[in-house]
Design a protein around this ligand. Structure first.
Ligand code: NAI
Ligand code: MG
Length: 486
């Protein structure tokens, strides 16, 4: 296999503190979407590897060294990992860009956020306190938070390093032992970060990582009887399978399944401030962001003006090599994703307002897609309803506040939204009526926001990640009732 880069990790799984080849001896080639060239390989893990990883996690949780650490000691390990990630952040960012095709500036920002997850949850590990409930005379009632046990984590390819931090850090902070199955389309930095976890002293079995195909390694993890809780980020189709498997094993799960998030622009909005957000919220990471601002809803009175300015900005965007200075738009993750996005564009049931371009210097075998903005779109058009997961924006005019809310809430999803208005009363009215898990007023925060509870409703999933909310998801409450007498 090709090993032409010192930062590329070997094709091994981390199981019980040991690095091991897949039990079947197979590897999956890793192809860069920048130029279509293979540059590494990962282990093609399956049932046997997942079983060994879950057993190692069980041993760590059920009496192993990991289970005997105090919350303070766990927290210190997480914080040490945070520091190590920052030490090698540039290296990790270069690897992330090569693996996923995201612009280097975004990969660099991702590494800061990844480190921040371990810092935030490391510092929080010993600050999850219980409650005392006043009860009958002669009783003392305590409420404690306990870890679930072994948690299974399936993460996507759009932000491999960040997703590692977001999903795994709070689980470890609470004392769970984890098994991570990252995405076959982008996971090299997760292997590097797992190696750093070993280096800073996480006990054997506390952190396990098995790479492989979703339908094989992922499916094996979701049905395993030794897993006490599942955390998934990815497509709604797979989310249904995860929830079904969790139900069969009587365990809980959190699902984060993306969206079609609206950015609602009223006629009194400060357009100079709004405009870069409106464009960046869909261009960031080539639109492959769960919280991408994929729909811009514009009040009819300013529609022409806003549409003209967004069209001007889109026309100037050039998709190209993400390693180039100042790159804002790289390729999408894979030929499959490029085909998917291009099919949406080709069959869109709305007029093209403007199109960007692909740099003539971009490799022909790369997965580049020229960004497109459609408008005016019927809010019920397929292109305005379904998650494209590419650099594709829909402009939708609305008449008044009630119309804006109806359109914003008029998809099956509900993850993030933004409201652009200077009217304080309207800011609050609209924010309260939007059906979603996070609302930004005069801003848009795709990515980052480690401290801020995040998650969706309906087809966007359920459960909350980030902030203290994630510590609650990765633990359960135990009520201890002590009849000590009067
Ligand atoms: P996917 O849902 O298949 O992949 C996400 C993760 O699930 C990967 O780690 C994959 O290996 C795993 N997986 C796949 N099938 C599985 C199974 N049967 N059992 C257990 N794990 C399984 O997403 P995909 O196919 O890569 O992307 C398709 C679309 O899904 C995208 O175009 C986008 O619309 C959406 N998506 C949303 C994401 C988000 O951040 N909300 C992330 C990735 C994809
Ligand atoms: Mg997939």
């Amino acid at each position: 296999m090709i090993r032409n880069d010192m930062t590329v990790p070997p094709p091994l799984n981390l199981i019980g503190g040991q690095w091991k080849a897949a039990a079947n001896g197979q590897e999956i080639p890793v192809i860069s979407p920048i130029d279509g060239q293979p540059f590494a390989s990962i282990a093609d893990g399956g049932n046997e590897d997942i079983d060994a990883a879950v057993m190692a996690a069980r041993a760590a949780f059920d009496g192993g060294e990991w289970s005997r650490l105090t919350a303070l000691e766990r927290g210190r390990l997480l914080m040490r990992l945070s520091v190590r990630i920052l030490d090698v952040a540039e290296d990790l960012a270069q690897l992330e860009t090569r693996d996923t095709g995201k612009p280097l500036a975004q990969a660099r920002a991702d590494m800061q956020v990844t480190a921040r997850y371990f810092e935030f949850y490391g510092a929080a590990a010993d600050k999850v306190h219980g409650d005392i409930i006043p009860f009958l005379a002669g009783y003392n009632v305590e409420v404690q938070r306990e870890p679930h046990g072994v948690t299974g984590h399936i993460i996507p390819w759009n932000y491999p390093a960040q997703m590692f931090g977001r999903s795994v850090a709070p689980a470890l902070a609470m004392g769970n032992a984890i098994v991570l199955k990252p995405a076959e389309d982008g996971c090299l930095t997760t292997l590097r970060i797992a190696a750093l976890a070993v280096e800073v002293g996480f006990p054997a079995g506390s952190v396990n990582l098995v790479t492989g195909r979703g339908t094989v390694a992922g499916a094996a993890l979701t049905v395993h009887r030794g897993v006490d809780f599942l955390s998934f980020t990815g497509s709604p189709e797979v989310g249904v399978m995860i929830q079904t498997a969790a139900a069969r094993n009587f365990v809980g799960c959190t699902l984060e399944l993306g969206g079609k998030s609206p950015q609602v622009v009223f006629e009194d909005a400060d357009l100079d401030v709004a405009m870069p957000f409106l464009v960046n919220a869909i261009i960031q990471n080539a639109g492959q962001t769960c919280a991408a601002g994929a729909r811009v809803l514009v009040q009819a009175s300013i529609y022409d003006k806003v549409a003209a300015e967004i069209a001007r900005r889109f026309s100037a965007i050039v998709a190209g090599d993400p390693r180039a200075e100042g790159a804002v738009l790289g390729p999408v993750i894979s030929p499959r994703q490029k085909d998917r996005v291009e099919a949406y564009i080709a069959h869109a049931d709305a007029p093209v307002l403007a199109r960007g371009s692909i740099s003539p210097d971009a490799a022909a075998e790369g997965c580049y897609v020229a960004p497109v903005v459609f408008g005016p779109c019927n809010p019920k058009a397929r292109i305005a309803q379904e998650e494209v997961f590419g650099p594709v924006l829909c402009l939708i005019p609305f008449t008044d506040e009630a119309d804006a809310i109806a359109i914003a809430n008029g998809t099956e999803y509900g993850l993030v939204a933004s409201v652009w208005t200077r009217d304080g009363g309207r800011q609050n009215r609209v924010a309260k009526k939007l059906h979603c898990g996070q609302v930004f007023i005069n801003g848009y925060g795709a990515g980052g926001g480690v401290e801020l509870p995040f998650g969706g409703i309906r087809k966007s999933g359920h459960g909350r990640e980030k902030g203290f909310a994630a510590l609650h998801e990765f633990s359960h409450i135990k009520t201890i009732v002590n009849n000590h007498g009067v």
